[in-house]
Design a protein around this ligand. Sequence first.
Ligand code: HEC
Length: 112
Amino acid sequence: MKKIALSFILFGVLYFLESFTINFTNSNKPIPKNISILLTKHTCITCHNPYKRVVGPSFLSISKKKYNAEKIAALIANPQPTDWPGFPPMNPIKNVPFEDVKKIAKWINSLE
Ligand code: HEC
């Protein structure tokens, strides 16, 4: 009986250590709270994930294009679907304040 209890404890410890190393080596950082609020408020998050393709390209792949905030603001208001072959066109979103776009753009370009 003791042996069984011991192996359960050992298993628990190993499991704990493993989840720790997975988190530790995982470079996919969670979205910062203030950015997450903006992505939700402006509905970006319904079509974009930081690291995975969903309806739209991941923010990580968008970051590779090295757009500045002005360019991203222009693309949100007036998307250019030909930039992303194989994706459906993004709906124009006209009412995102530039202050918010600046924060979102800075975060997109910080992804790696
Ligand atoms: C209805 C789904 C949808 C929503 C909501 C959405 N996007 Fe997109 N987005 C897409 C798709 C699909 C593409 C790729 C096709 C395109 O560019 O039209 C895209 C492309 C982009 C691009 C790349 C543009 C380019 O030409 O390279 C940026 C930047 C972007 N989205 C940012 C945002 C931001 C920021 C928001 C929130 C304000 C947002 N998107 C909301 C679907 C969406």
